[in-house]
Write a protein that binds this ligand. Structure first.
Ligand code: NAI
Length: 765
């Protein structure tokens, strides 16, 4: 495989991006040399050392396990530059200044291995300028690798070749960054801002510009240019705060400087005096004194754009809720009120801007869609949005209202079309060609368009893939599991074909069982309803565990609570390496009721050989809501089993790896024997209760934590006075349900669930 070519890597520039890249290389199991400028005598590596410190402390963590830091060696460019002689790839991520970058390349040349690849992480400097004074041999091995921040979590990598870059170098980089660093690689031309920032920054500017023009409040703007449009809920103003107002102002300035005069960017990307003023006063966003949003004396404030003053942050209005709930983009932009007009004008600007880049910047609209989905976490790319609106009606409205209509939109029809069993996309020349993805990459949200579900409901769909494998896809909000989702799990288990893959391409595999449903049960005092729900859930996961074909769960994002319980009943988990795994029910005053306690207990017994120890591990990990923010860390909690499960760096390769695992297990598959248990008994229960009471006495635990802890302890021990006894799977399931229902009946659990669902707050009681 081409990636073995990269045994050692050097990153130069240990700032935000360099440290992120170094951490991800270390996550891939590769040694990295991280260089920055030299410090004073005695602290020559101070800058790179500080980066190591930041990496170690980062949150969300840049490292998949803390000891990956040992793969990174700090150094400085004065004392250690010759050490790049041992490196196969040198990534430059120093300040965005052409003179600094060029001087560095000049100093590096003599030390480089003859076949080492060199790349720059520049966001704005054209590659032809970077390569200008380089010897030809280096120009052939030079490219731009444009990562996004934070590197571990942002999926996009834009790869740009220069006129002399050897195509093999680009292919090797693309393959390595895809398979080993887990990136979705989009190959871009050497044009300003490439694709992600060209469209992404434009979109932010368009939203800010229109909100200002139309007198739309920033909360309103973010509520619309957010979830309803399939854009992360930070919207435009929230994202400015997150990135930093000063940094964003610089990005906008540099794009303005490099984009040609007629580019529509200039209509929305002018100097913004309000933003400059805020940044100058230290209101740079979350990293400073706050920005568009901030807190003062416990009060949440939002900036009034017109008055240039903060005011109390507005709660959701009925008007907003109504428009936000409008089904589909078309409905969002339809009305003639201020908010609908905002939606329409932003969409009109962003979508026509994206369309205007075809074919001059890229011939393939899919590249722009990919860049926005992978680099900005949009659910749909601009061209997928155009398809949703309908190209013809969209273009007709643009014309009617006097907007310029890019040539690409004049043709009508659809951008994407399914031909045969293939998804095709209309390129700049008007021809439909198959979507372009590397071998083995499957983004199920695209593949699903070529398939017809064999069964489905509001919660999930069941597909038969080529070769007959069943794929269960959850598709509720945050993939919260409800009875409908579990009905599809059950349907797959009842007729499993050669195997079942449980996978979806949403941000989160599943954030757990749908708590809103439980709250309804609780409000109706329908305790039987809860018990029935849990029993059905348990039946469905047991059907998975006992079905006659292998089952693989292939999660990414959050796979917690009920989501984890589904995985715990699969034969094998093939997880993306950023997956968060664990059981968090106790936080809302409940215990896992879908086999989570049972499976955790079983796993710890297998690991420790002792039921007593397994009971304590189960009690303490579940009781403290511990999750692992990577499969490696989840393995320490026994939520992931490295000897059986598998992790994959690129989430676009989960389906490939999942199918391979199913094929491998399918030969001579024998369903695992059902486990037998032994409850740890009353003495252990008493010790656990004592532990809880001590926790309450010294203030670590609150009264309801103790109640929940006791309920949990009872499941694995049998409770007060119990003898250590044998138990079957059904007994453990029944004990989970009983504990769950008893807790659901308490006022404190209701308070906790209400706090989370209605106010997004963690209630401590
Ligand atoms: P930064 O300011 O956080 O870090 C730059 C680092 O380079 C500093 O630690 C500085 O001491 C070091 N440095 C300066 N001159 C050097 C030299 N001659 N040799 C070695 N180290 C030197 O900057 P950041 O944000 O990490 O950006 C780095 C590059 O990545 C820039 O080209 C930027 O345009 C690009 N980029 C930045 C993104 C972001 O979100 N911050 C996203 C994508 C690309």
């Amino acid at each position: 495989m081409a990636s073995s070519r990269f045994a050692k890597i050097c990153v130069i520039g240990a700032g935000t991006m360099g440290s992120g890249i170094a951490a991800q290389v270390a996550n891939a199991g590769i040694d990295v040399l991280l260089l920055d400028v030299a410090g004073e005598d005695g602290a020559r590596n101070a800058a790179a050392d500080r980066a190591l410190h930041r990496i170690a402390k980062s949150n969300p963590p840049l490292l998949m396990r803390p000891d990956n830091i040992e793969r990174i060696t700090a150094g400085n460019i004065e004392d250690d530059l010759e050490r790049i002689a041992g490196c196969d790839w040198v990534v430059e991520a120093v300040v965005e200044r052409l003179d600094v970058k060029r001087a560095l390349y000049r100093d590096m040349v003599e030390h480089l291995k003859p076949d080492a690849i060199v790349s720059s992480n520049t966001s704005t400097i054209p590659i032809k300028l970077l390569m200008k004074a380089m010897p030809k041999a280096l120009r052939q091995r030079f490219c731009i690798t444009h990562f996004f921040n934070p590197v571990r979590y942002m999926r996009l990598l834009e790869l740009v070749a220069g006129s002399d870059t050897d195509p093999d170098v680009i292919d090797a980089m693309a393959d390595f960054c895809d398979r080993r660093l887990g990136k979705g690689v989009v190959r871009c031309a050497d044009t300003p801002g490439f694709l992600g920032n060209r469209v992404g920054v434009f979109a932010l500017q368009a939203a800010i510009h229109e909100a200002t023009e139309l007198g739309v409040k920033i909360e309103e703007a973010d509520a619309l240019f957010g979830r309803p449009m399939g854009i992360p809920k930070t919207g435009a103003f929230g994202l400015y705060d997150l990135i930093g107002l000063d940094l964003m102002a610089d990005v906008v300035r540099s794009l303005r400087a490099i984009l040609p005069a007629g580019d529509p960017f200039h209509e929305v990307g002018g100097e913004n005096e309000l933003i400059n003023f805020l940044a100058a006063q230290g209101f740079t966003g979350n990293k400073g004194k706050g920005g568009f949003y901030r807190r003062q004396d416990g009060q949440r404030l939002a900036l009034d754009l017109q008055a240039a003053r903060w005011r109390p942050r507005m709660k959701a209005t009925p008007e907003l809720a109504a428009i936000g709930e409008a089904e589909g983009l078309g409905a969002l932009a339809k009305g003639d009120d201020r908010l609908s007009r905002f939606c329409w004008r932003v969409l009109a600007r962003v979508l026509t801007y994206a369309a205007s880049l075809v074919p001059s910047v890229t011939d393939n609209p899919q590249d722009i869609d990919d860049a926005m989905k992978l680099g900005y976490n949009w659910v749909r790319g601009p061209f997928e949005m155009i398809d949703e609106l309908g190209m013809r009606p969209f273009a007709a409205r643009l014309k009617r209202e006097g907007w310029p209509v890019p040539a690409y939109l004049e043709a009508g029809g659809a951008v994407y079309r399914v031909r045969g069993r293939k998804l095709t996309v209309r390129r700049g020349d008007g021809a439909y060609r198959a979507v372009d993805l590397p071998d083995g990459v499957v983004r199920f949200h695209m593949t699903r368009r070529t398939l017809k579900p064999v069964a489905g409901n509001d919660g999930a769909s069941l597909f038969h893939l080529d070769g007959g494998v069943r794929l269960v896809e959850f598709h509720t909000k945050a993939n919260a599991l409800d009875a409908e989702c579990m009905a599809m799990v059950r349907a797959a288990a009842d007729d499993p074909g050669p195997g079942i893959l449980i996978h979806n391409d949403a941000q989160h595999f599943s954030a757990g069982v749908n708590l809103e449903r439980f709250l309804e049960f609780i409000e109706a005092k329908d305790w039987k309803g809860i018990d029935r729900f849990l029993a059905d859930f348990q039946d469905a996961v047991l059907a998975l565990a006992t079905c006659k074909a292998p089952v693989v769960g292939a999660p990414s994002g959050l796979a917690i609570g009920g989501g984890y319980e589904v995985l715990a009943h699969c034969d094998k988990v093939v997880a993306h390496s950023n997956t968060v795994l664990g059981l968090v029910e106790c936080a809302v005053g409940l215990v896992p009721g879908g086999g989570g306690v049972k499976e955790t207990y079983r796993r710890w017994r297998a690991r420790t050989g002792s039921w007593e120890e397994a009971a304590w591990k189960t009690f303490s990990h579940i009781g403290a809501n511990r999750t692992g923010s990577s499969p490696d860390l989840a393995a320490e909690l026994a939520y992931f089993a490295p000897d059986r499960d598998e992790q994959v760096m690129n989430r676009d390769r989960l389906v490939e790896a999942g199918l391979a695992a199913l094929a491998q297990m399918g030969e001579g598959y024998r369903r695992p024997r059902r486990p037998k248990f032994k409850l740890a008994g009353g003495e252990t229960f008493a010790a656990m209760v004592e532990h809880l009471e001590r926790g309450e006495a010294d203030g670590r635990l609150l009264p309801h934590d103790v109640t929940v802890g006791r309920a949990l302890a009872r499941i694995v021990t049998g409770g007060a006075g119990a003898k250590p006894t044998e138990a079957g799977e059904a007994d453990l399931f029944a004990a989970e349900r009983e504990a769950f229902v008893a807790l659901a009946r308490t006022a404190q659990t209701k308070e906790r669930i209400e706090g989370l669902m209605k106010r997004g707050e963690t209630v401590r009681n």
